[in-house]
Design a protein around this ligand. Sequence first.
Ligand SMILES: Cc1ncc(COP(=O)(O)O)c(C=O)c1O
Length: 449
Amino acid sequence: MNDRSDDGFGALLPEVRVQPPADASRAMVERLRAVESRNITYVDDGWPVFWQEARGANVRDVDGNVYVDLSSAFGVALLGHNNPAVVSAVREQSGTLMHGMGDVHPSGPKLELLERLCALAPWGQARAVLATTGSEAVEVALKTAQVATGRPGLLAFTGGYHGLTLGALAVTEREHFRAPFTGRLYGGVAFAAFPDLALDGEGAADMALTEVRVALENGPPNGDAIGAVIVEPVQGRAGARIAPDGFMASLSQIASESGVLVIADEVLTGLGRCGAMFASQLVGLEPDIVCVGKALGGGVPISACLARREVMDAWPESRGEAIHTSTFLGHPLACAAALAFLNILESEHIADRARALGARLLEVLRGELASAQGVIDVRGLGALIGIELVGEGQAVRVAEAALREGLILLPAGDRGQVIELTPPATLSDLQAEHACRVLVRLIQEVAQG
Ligand SMILES: Cc1ncc(COP(=O)(O)O)c(C=O)c1O
């Protein structure tokens, strides 16, 4: 093992030695372009860098530059990258049982993880299905809702992002992702507007709730009856969009009165990211089904769909062939990683740290950007923060400039207008202060053109 845990890597400030992407990254990008579908990796003069190693909030690229990762690599590294306890759980598990037979001959780590997840679930009694990606957990949720209600139709929200597999894509509302595949997408989805205070002012929640009622009454384009509504407690990829107070509680109530199940897509927001085990608790959403993923495996791919016991029990007993399963369901290595993640989540009070970090970042950014040119809004819940800028693609420009300064962050929003921050909850005070200082300067520079 290359143990360099005393060199400070993980808690370092950025160290950009050669302007990224530098020679080694560029050479590898060239090789990549020869073998990977050109749709996958975005390449331009300033993007991307190849990663070599990561720990805590730091990433080192193949040219030796050190970055502070304010994205947690898509929200995954909530504990920081390569958390030592997760690494050692993976190492230990890989020495005994790497792969099992998920739905046939189960393994101990799978059982233990299911017990832990069901104990965390927001209901007295829960049951769960393990999966590998967030999209797959969403697929399980959509199927579960149909099995439980007998109604395949769905209600979803504008700006919602639930993944890109075909079932999940049908409830994802972004033309860019949907347009090439419209003919393959399920036509039983009605969309209601996600309330937007900036756009619709005080009446935003009421307008959106009216749309919800109308959509539930009229049903989706193909005429199917609606069995479930799927919603992110805070919209992530749309740019950390937070509904006005009371909206999620009213949505839950309307759904319950209409006999429609509520699916909370907590793939990004769940497991501590927003300052609580589930963001639903914070925004008043009362789900019947919850999807988690991203942070769950501490960097190893694993996800889960949890549901109230009576909802999940609508699935028939397996008579030898599960109707829904997959090769890597309950993968022992991923389950061991997830168990280590959950231990740290609780023992190191990660949700509280995410809440405190988010509050500090919001306070500084709001203070510094209050009167900044080109900034519309600075918002967030826990360690999920959005800085909305005026003008299409402005957040993309900031992300590229930030990379040159050793900060990794991602643009979000349907027009690349929101800088999204999902840092590790373990980001140090020094890293946070430095990141804010640089970010504020870059936002001002980009706004001035
Ligand atoms: C809220 C939400 N749901 C689902 C997904 C899809 O997860 P995955 O990319 O792991 O399939 C994402 C991914 O960003 C997400 O943010």
